[in-house]
Write a protein that binds this ligand. Structure first.
Ligand code: ZN
Length: 329
């Protein structure tokens, strides 16, 4: 599970900031102790010098046993004295020490030769921030998806029960998110507006990030805007940078395909993304309001075959839920 470069850099910077903060807090506490209990610092210096004497005694090799014991006893009792002295003046017993935010790795990011849990947590939080920057993630989640909005009965344009179809679509999305791994297939979520495609896309994003994968969620229109701006920026470099994440993330969630104004640029961007990701073995979850015929007419045969040949198609049926909620008020 590889995180994108910017997330790794941000998490490294955050660890450095945590170390800096704890060093500053320690310096501030020591300055306070120096003002109010100067004898505590003197005692600390004494302990440090006995530690040096202990090391010397071990090195000298003569009559070691007794001497070491004596120094050690003195040291322990001095430490005890120091702690009670600090406590007596209202300081924490470890006020002179550095207190890291993570005791397991002391804010180095590594504990027991492994990436510390605090770093994993931090990276997930950064991924959520990135997701939150493009969507209101708080309101989404599998547990907030309500099947009651989908009609039980077939009727109108639908020959089958929308709720039956949506029950299946919902459980497929949930299972997909919970079992996602590199090499998982791509999904194409199709159906009219207001049927919960964005809701389930974001729920997938949420769960797959939670499981530690590098997920990028972006509406296709937003991505195109960024790429178009980058084309006129610092030449090809910025354009390549903007395309980097959509091409190399472990799961790309491309929302609302078809809402953009179609141009040869948008079609070639879409083809490049679908094709490169398919070749690299990376999955995408694509949602669209367009029907199969509309997709084919708009993007042509090559893209049509990548969408319908390379994705598992999950239909969304029912009545626009946003409208239903407005009428229900
Ligand atoms: Zn840690």
């Amino acid at each position: 599970m590889a995180y994108p470069r910017e997330i790794l850099e941000q998490s490294r910077a955050e660890l450095a900031a945590r170390r800096q903060r704890s060093a500053e807090a320690r310096a501030a506490r020591r300055a306070q102790v120096a003002r109010r209990v100067p004898e505590a610092l003197a005692l600390e210096r004494e302990i440090a010098s006995t530690s040096a004497r202990l090391a010397q005694a071990v090195l000298s090799g003569e009559d070691v046993g007794a001497k070491v014991d004596e120094i050690r006893r003195f040291n322990l009792s001095s430490q005890q004295k120091l702690r009670s002295l600090l406590a007596l003046h209202g300081f924490a017993p470890d006020a002179l020490e550095s207190i890291p935010s993570c005791a397991a790795c002391r804010d180095t990011g590594v504990a027991g030769g492994q990436t510390c849990d605090c770093v994993r947590q931090l990276r997930r939080a950064l991924m959520y921030d990135r997701l939150g920057a493009s969507a209101p993630v708080d309101t989404y989640g599998f547990d907030r998806f309500e099947l009651r909005w989908y009609p039980e009965q077939a009727g109108g344009s639908s020959q089958v029960s929308p709720r039956a179809i949506m029950t299946k679509t919902f459980s497929e999305c949930l299972r997909y998110a919970k079992t996602f791994s590199i090499g998982s297939p791509s999904l194409l979520l199709t159906g009219g507006p207001g049927l919960g495609k964005t809701h389930l896309s974001l729920s997938i994003a949420h769960t797959v990030i939670e499981r530690g994968f590098d997920v990028l969620y972006v509406p296709f229109l937003t991505l195109l805007g960024r790429l178009e701006a980058a084309r006129f920026g610092r030449g090809g470099e910025e354009y390549a940078d903007s395309l980097q994440a959509p091409l190399s993330c472990e799961l790309l969630i491309l929302d609302d395909l078809g809402s953009e104004f179609s141009t040869s640029f948008s079609t070639s961007v879409l083809y490049d993304i679908l094709n490169s990701r398919q070749l690299a073995g990376f999955a995408s979850v694509i949602s669209t309001n367009l029907s199969e015929q509309e997709l084919k007419a708009r993007y042509g045969e090559r893209i049509h075959s990548r969408l319908f040949g390379g994705c598992r198609v999950l239909p969304f049926l029912g009545e626009d839920i946003r409208l239903q909620k407005i009428y229900a008020r």
